[in-house]
Design a protein around this ligand. Structure first.
Ligand SMILES: Nc1ncnc2c1ncn2[C@@H]1O[C@H](COP(=O)(O)OP(=O)(O)OP(=O)(O)O)[C@@H](O)[C@H]1O
Ligand SMILES: [Mg+2]
Length: 401
């Protein structure tokens, strides 16, 4: 039996020092502070690279405020950063190796499947609702890019997951604010319309009657004075008409008293007479009044659309259809003008308009509806608004030519 001799104290200290160096080297390699290791061999000094750039990326990804995933085509998570684990409130070790499917709704899974196929060539973006570990839901956004295969047999994807909770909250806030602005605007318009009607229009009507009396009383031989009085009478008559038109636009009493079809008819006729653009109005026979908010939204959207036709379209014909497919009321306004690219928003100077379409969309959304813009350059524009109705808003089947 051989007896172990303790190393002399000097040698022990040397061994300890070398162990400390080895420990430190290992720590540096593991934490990525080392890009490459140069070894000592019989045939020279081989260099073992540590791929420092990859480490830098990993540090970047771990410090991101967004979730980052590496996925296989069948949605297995090969890698997830800590932020994603925090987002879905699930331990990282349970996330990695699992499937992304467990965090998605059935609809989102179905949407993601073809998207991953498409993403293999060009990438894709998709809004989702993430099913979080504690049972809650989180609005998110996935941005998917294909990754180089890097030795993997099947395609892999890099996915950046953005938490949209704050963005959705801000959108909601903005929507509430817009609703309030629209409500305040309607109230103010109504007040101004009433003032105009009760004061200015009444006074102008009195002046109109007086001017007619003046025309009648002036003797025929005083031709110049009579002619001037007639001109004055005509100017006052036109002023009364214009004030009435402004008042009607501000608060459509015809809409209040006679309903949507009469309101649409009034606006279309006034527009056609004033601009010379031919307007064809085809309406379903509504037997019952629609909710007041819905009627007002459709009426205002038609006004705004006609304003756009006048301002931008250079159209000759406009067709307005009001239909009621099922329990939805649909207004479609088509013009045969120059059209535009709805996806391209023109750059505007600060304070310059450009809120018409946005306001129309908000008005439709306010009553639970949607607004679609279909437009092709030199082939006209179509605005389609669909608003769901409460179950008791019963009318006969739609009539559309
Ligand atoms: N019927 C249309 N025909 C051609 N272009 C249109 C039509 N409607 C809208 N556009 C285009 O879309 C843009 C946005 O319309 P929007 O109503 O939002 O703003 P605007 O009319 O320019 O300004 P605002 O409505 O605030 O006075 C317009 O500037 C115009 O280029
Ligand atoms: Mg406009």
């Amino acid at each position: 039996m051989r007896k172990k001799c303790p190393a002399p104290p000097g040698e022990l200290a040397g061994l300890r020092a070398r162990l400390a160096v080895a420990d430190e080297t290992l720590r540096a390699i593991c934490s990525g502070e080392v890009d490459s290791v140069v070894g000592a061999g019989k045939k020279g000094s081989p260099v073992f690279t540590q791929d420092g750039a990859e480490h830098a990326y990993r540090v970047l990804i771990e410090s991101m405020n967004e979730g980052a995933l590496m996925l296989t085509a069948d949605k297995t998570i090969l890698y997830a950063n800590k932020c994603f684990a925090r987002m879905v409130k699930c331990p990282l070790e349970q996330v990695i190796g699992g499937s992304l499917r467990r965090f998605l709704s059935t609809e989102d899974r179905a949407t993601l499947r073809p998207l991953l196929k498409r993403a293999a060539s060009c990438g894709a973006k998709i809004p989702v609702v993430l099913h979080v570990g504690d049972g809650s839901r989180m609005p998110g956004h996935l941005s998917i890019r294909p990754l180089a295969r890097n030795g993997f047999k099947s395609a892999t994807f890099g996915v950046v997951v953005t938490d949209m909770t704050e963005a959705r909250r801000n959108e909601e806030l903005l929507r509430t604010l817009t609703h309030r602005v629209v409500q305040a605007q309607e109230a103010e318009r109504g007040r101004v319309a009433l003032e105009l009607h009760d004061t200015i229009t009444q006074m102008l009507c009195a002046v109109l009657v007086c001017s007619q009396t003046l025309v009648d009383k002036l003797p025929a031989r005083n031709r110049t004075a009579k002619g001037e009085a007639k001109k004055l009478h005509e100017i006052i008559r036109k002023t009364v008409e214009e004030v009435e038109r402004i008042s009607r636009n501000l608060r459509p009493s015809v809409l209040d008293h006679l309903g949507l079809v009469a309101g649409l008819h009034d606006t279309s006729t006034e527009f056609a007479n004033r601009t010379g653009v031919r307007v064809k109005l085809i309406c379903v026979d509504l037997t019952a009044r629609l909710p007041a908010d819905t009627e007002l939204a459709l009426y205002r959207i038609l006004q705004e659309t006609l304003k756009n036709v006048e301002k931008h379209a250079r159209a000759r014909h406009v067709t307005v259809y009001l239909t009621k497919p099922g329990n939805i009321v649909q207004l479609t306004i088509h013009d045969d003008g120059m059209g535009f690219d709805p996806d391209h928003r023109p750059v505007r100077l600060k304070g310059e308009g450009g809120f018409g379409l946005l306001g129309m969309r908000e008005r439709a959304a306010y009553v639970g509806g949607t607004l679609k813009v279909k437009s092709v350059r030199r082939a006209g524009t179509e605005i389609e608004i669909r608003i769901p109705l409460p179950p008791d808003a019963g009318t006969p089947p739609p009539v559309r030519p």
